[in-house]
Design a protein around this ligand. Sequence first.
Ligand SMILES: [Zn+2]
Length: 458
Amino acid sequence: MPPRPQTRMRRCATLLLLLLVAQLQLAAQSAAPLTLVKAARLFDPRTGNVLAPAAVLIAGDKIKQVGSSSQIGVPAGAKIIDLGSVTLLPGLIDGHTHLFLDIIVLPEAEQYRHANGLFAPGLLLAIVESPSKRALLGAQLAREDLESGITTVRNLGHSGVDGDTELRDAINAGRVPGPRILASGRKLITPGEYVQNLNPALTDAILQQEFLLIEGVDRGRQAVRQNELQNVDVIKVSADENLTVPELAAVVEEAHRHHLRVAVHAIDTTSIQTAIDAGADSIEHGNDATDEQLRLMRDKGIYFDLTPTFYGGGYLKMAEPVIVIPPAARAERLSSAARGKQRYDQLVRRVLKSGVKFAAGSDMCWFYAGETRGQASIAALLNLRAAGMSSLQTLRAITSNAAEMLGWQDRIGSIEPGRFADLIAIAGDPVADITQLEHVRFVMKGGKVIRNSVAPLP
Ligand SMILES: [Zn+2]
């Protein structure tokens, strides 16, 4: 049956509109300032291929063309940034961070007095102090991440009510420097997680500043809608043994209805199973995952977001410059770090063998004396290499794989035409020496140079 005239007219109008939009986009692109970045090499983490010598032509904030210098030439009016002998890589992605927490370790004796003694006291202080102070902390840590080459982060909770969505918007508006942020807003938890034993007169008021409580299926859906009202990019749920599959499944369904992915914190086997059965999009940490659970995750396409934050004695590295650790406690920490390292090496091996999709996050929420947030985060991410991943797999976990986990593979995670011009440069070959990522020489975000210790700024 031929289409009715009215439908035909509507189609014509739609076509005309599409043509107009395409023309406007072309016009905007051709008017955008051109920048040509040249370097000895460009490394593509997805393929492992090296382009040498390399040139990246940027129009405005997007990559327009990638090729050898002779292929691209020098387009008229292009600003040239010649970085010489470095290797270009896509900007790094931290799949799991907390920009609004910077917890200083408490003395050992004090830790043992509190339930969850290492984390909860610092968390409570962050909640009850001024939100303005916390916002400024977030701005500082965001800038420090960016300066180290992390051009995108997924911030998964602990930002007060709206710290991360507001910081995201302030960065996007050019008010403060920082990475692209995918913000989760408040974390969804079951009652009793994270903090207990609060003053009963203040408990609800304190918890509401940081969390949304899942108490039954309806409250779960409502929590997603509340975050949706705050314009979040992703939903973060913390699963423990109290969270039921129907509760989490309702959260996932509601989130997906709003086109939001769901990242689920799950460490023990029961919580991991809940996350799998409820259809989570990524499982954060996942430390106790069994081989069968890895297989299920692979079959369901659930991302494994590894967080090797304390791998190989991270606690002592963080605590020793800040507090006095009695010899007996130190010995205990050392042996527990060795046991933890062994378990994590096995986990990484099993993850790689299973074929499950993986990415990585620093889970950084700690204060490391003498290090910026960016330095601490990258050191944590590179623990994956020490835990048995190849350099290439580690690089993928914090570039192309992470972009796909975020659902942003068409915007970030690779140096390709159409992607944001988020580039970093390091000395040497990242496959031979991945620790070069701890000394990033050049950072560009959206075509704008953030730092350049290679060449004088043009
Ligand atoms: Zn976390």
